[in-house]
Design a protein around this ligand. Structure first.
Ligand SMILES: [Zn+2]
Length: 125
């Protein structure tokens, strides 16, 4: 049996962080669907479960690795955004290169020089 499973799974992608997230999403939606009888939740639970299984069994490993990398990048960006210190800093976008710049709060109107492209602009902190 184990040998059959390992032969079946060889060359297939398997489980990763996105797969984990999909499995958890599916389980949570299933619980909510059960509690509130929501058809939308049931649909999301099925879609997430099917997508998760599809990814595990997929042989297009390059695509799956890329999906997982994009998902990890999105997670990192989201967590960096959530961890922003809004009490002591203000965040501005450079008017030229659009990168985010962190500036201490409560300094009044100041000239900000972008550390990436040296663009200067005035903002109230
Ligand atoms: Zn800039």
């Amino acid at each position: 049996m184990l040998e059959w499973i390992s032969r079946f799974m060889s060359g297939r992608y398997g489980f990763d962080r996105l797969g984990q997230a999909l499995a958890i999403l599916s389980a949570i939606c299933m619980i909510f669907a059960g509690l509130f009888g929501s058809k939308v939740m049931t649909a999301i639970a099925y879609i997430a479960a099917i997508w998760c299984i599809y990814r595990i069994l997929s042989k297009k490993i390059v695509y799956r690795v890329n999906e997982n990398r994009k998902f990890n990048e999105l997670c990192a960006k989201t967590s960096a955004f959530m961890k922003r210190d809004r009490k002591t800093y203000r965040y501005f976008r450079c008017t030229r290169c659009k990168k985010t710049i962190k500036v201490p709060k409560g300094r009044g109107k100041i000239m900000i020089v972008c550390p990436h492209c040296r663009n200067e602009f005035i903002k109230k902190t």
